[in-house]
Ligand binder design. Structure first.
Ligand code: GTB
Length: 218
């Protein structure tokens, strides 16, 4: 069976490739795995049928023969374990790359998302002006530590890996990109990832889908 990835039928990101299916699409293309898409509306996300795939009614999911996975980090790890080229062969280096995958989704991304929620969801609340600088300081500290760890290396470990896919997808979110001028090494890291042929193809695919949806609505 050709694997199926569930994606937004109409992504609210305006075709910028910011939703979490982007990491899964990028990983699949890096690994040379052909796949189909299951576009879902917001209403379809919350149906029992989709919640059987994704308990929280979200995208992405990844369906293969006899198995349905959710959580973009777990899906990317599964793809990287099943195909060559996305994780180091050496066990110690592999374990470190996996540690960086967890760092992307559990140490970096939550602070980035916290800032987005503070602005987009809680922007008009009375506590926001006081809270926002605290969140921004936490995010800057995380980015500074990440920049230190990356140093002048092109990728988190010796070679490009699934960890870079998850980390770069987290850094591409607007709250982090706003701060990139303060972290030129991270900006260059994101640009390196975005220049990879597999990223460019995944980006073009999601953009084409978004444009087709816009045309349908016009
Ligand atoms: N931890 C889960 C994972 O990594 O798979 C989180 C999945 C998740 O947040 N999915 C979001 C979703 O399905 C889409 S990616 N939301 C619908 C819902 O919860 O009802 C988050 C996202 C959404 C929109 C933008 N954007 O517009 O820029 C960016 C990122």
């Amino acid at each position: 069976m050709t694997p199926i990835v569930s994606v937004f039928a109409a992504s609210p990101d305006g075709g910028r490739g910011l939703a979490r299916d982007m990491a899964v699409r990028w990983a699949l293309i890096e690994a040379g795995v052909a796949h189909d898409l299951r576009p879902l509306s917001f209403a379809e996300l919350k149906t029992p049928e989709h919640k059987a795939r994704q308990p929280f009614g979200q995208i992405p999911t990844y369906e293969t023969d006899g198995q349905t996975l959710f959580e973009s980090g777990a899906i990317v790890l599964h793809i990287a374990e099943a195909h060559d080229g996305l994780l180091p062969a050496d066990p110690a280096a592999r374990a470190r790359a996996i540690a960086w995958m967890f760092a992307a989704v559990s140490t970096l991304e939550p602070v980035i998302v916290e800032r987005e929620v503070a602005v987009l969801v809680e922007g008009d609340r009375p506590w926001t002006p006081e809270r926002l600088p605290l969140i921004a300081a936490r995010l800057k500290a995380r980015l500074a530590d990440l920049a230190d760890a990356l140093g002048d290396k092109p990728w988190l470990e010796d070679d490009f890996s699934a960890a870079d896919i998850l980390m770069i997808c987290a850094l591409r979110r607007p709250a982090a990109m706003l701060l990139m001028p303060e972290f030129p090494a991270l900006a260059a890291y994101v640009a390196r990832g975005e220049a990879r042929p597999a990223f460019l193809r995944a980006f073009a695919d999601q953009k084409a889908r978004w444009q087709a949806d816009q045309a349908r609505r016009a």
